[in-house]
Design a binder for this molecule. Structure first.
Ligand code: PLP
Length: 392
């Protein structure tokens, strides 16, 4: 039998496993030390009360014959698609409910969307970035061209006319760097995609963290309806990393090769996917309604306050960093020219603080380090005190 030999081209994913092993080894020999974890980008605050109430009501509905529900609607319940569409309309992006496809998270959609592109397509992927983009393209046997983010471009690579691509990945705010594109920069990407007949896959998983006057959706950019797909997530916006809900927006106007991408994705989802539970979709709807939005805004403000504490610490130490203002990540330059893993070891041993080595997000991440603002305020304050003592 033949296997998908593209899997042979994948590098083993050692990043979080290696971090786990190093922390375990350190705590085994130093059991009295309190480790503060600022590595993995997972939320810590509980779900908003409005979300919990909506899910409890939905559970009760499932327990009586009049309101019990079996299989859901193929692309998500109309009430949730409408709530998401209204969220976009409020920010000036004219998205109809029928252009929204509900899913169990952005990771799956980012991966599965490749089903509607020809095998052997060329993908333009930023480096550093969320590693799922490159891994899924390797699995699909696609060609990958990396666009480098670095200090010179503020970790915001821009289009290069000499490069031809079919699929263009944009992650804004970026994981891991926290860098966010402005309107003019995104307009250049949209114009470039149209000129190359390419499709932008725009990952807006961290859009709710944007506080400045910067785009929170690619559909705020003129012409995006002719060249872009947006993938969103409630994971960081509403604390749904364990509850699960994401969505993909494909405009009806998006066509390539005489085919409607909206129709292709509709067909793909109705064939291969069977929607989220009704209970979760009611919880997700509540996250987009006024009470839920206000409660989640408070949670985001809490994380951003942590990010501010971290930024102030690195400002005081004179260490260069990116992010921390419109994103829950601080991307700092390792001091004294250290490599990412060497700085990881030093920080673990000297400050008992765990972060993520930048090299795990691509070749351009070497020499950089990601700290996450998703912990508690108390731990963030303590971690920053330790970092100050270690680096001053
Ligand atoms: N996109 C980016 C940039 C992410 O950082 C993450 C999660 O860390 C995801 C997507 C995945 O989101 P979800 O939890 O909705 O699958």
């Amino acid at each position: 039998m033949n296997t998908n030999r593209n899997y042979k081209n994948l590098q083993d994913s050692y990043l979080f496993a290696t971090i786990g092993q190093k922390v375990k080894a350190y705590t085994a020999t130093n059991p009295d030390k309190k480790i503060i974890r600022m590595g993995i980008g997972d939320v810590t605050l509980p779900l908003a009360p409005a979300v919990i109430t909506a899910m409890q009501n939905a559970v009760a509905e499932m327990g009586v014959p009049e309101t019990f529900r079996g299989y859901g609607e193929d692309y998500g319940y109309e009430f949730l698609r409408t709530a998401i569409s209204e969220y976009y309309i409020k920010k000036g992006a004219n998205i109809s409910p029928s252009e929204v496809f509900v899913s169990d998270g952005a990771k799956c959609d980012v991966a599965n969307i490749l089903d509607i592109f020809a095998a052997g397509s060329t993908a333009l992927i930023p480096d550093p970035v969320y590693p799922v983009y490159s891994d899924t393209n390797i699995m699909a046997g696609n060609k990958i061209i990396f666009t480098h983010g670095n200090e010179a471009n503020g970790f915001l690579p821009m289009p290069d006319e000499s490069i031809n691509a079919d699929i263009i990945y944009i992650c804004s705010p970026n994981n891991p760097t926290g860098a966010v594109y402005n309107k003019e920069q995104l307009q250049k990407w949209v114009d470039y995609a149209i000129s190359k007949d390419a499709i932008i896959l725009y990952d807006s998983a961290y859009e709710a963290f944007i506080q400045d006057d910067l785009p929170t959706s690619i559909f705020q950019i003129s012409g995006a309806e002719k060249c872009a797909i947006e993938i969103g997530s409630l994971s960081k916006t509403a604390g749904f990393t364990g509850t699960r809900c994401g969505y993909t927006i494909i405009p009806h106007t998006l066509e390539r090769d005489g085919m409607s991408l909206h129709k292709m994705w509709s067909r793909r989802q109705s064939t291969k996917y069977n929607q989220l539970p009704y209970i979760i979709q009611r919880g997700a709807e509540a996250a987009f309604l006024p009470d839920g939005l206000a409660q989640n805004k408070k949670n985001i403000a809490y994380y951003l306050q942590n990010a501010k504490l971290m930024s102030e610490t690195f400002d005081g130490l004179g260490i260069r960093y990116c992010g921390g203002k419109n994103a829950p990540y601080i991307w700092l330059k390792c001091p004294d020219g250290l490599k990412s893993w060497d700085f990881f070891d030093a920080l673990l041993e000297k400050a008992n603080v765990v972060g993520t080595p930048g090299a795990g997000f691509g070749s351009q991440g070497e020499g950089f380090f990601r700290l996450s603002a998703f912990g508690s305020k108390e731990n963030t304050i303590e971690a920053m005190e330790r970092v100050k003592n270690f680096l001053k």
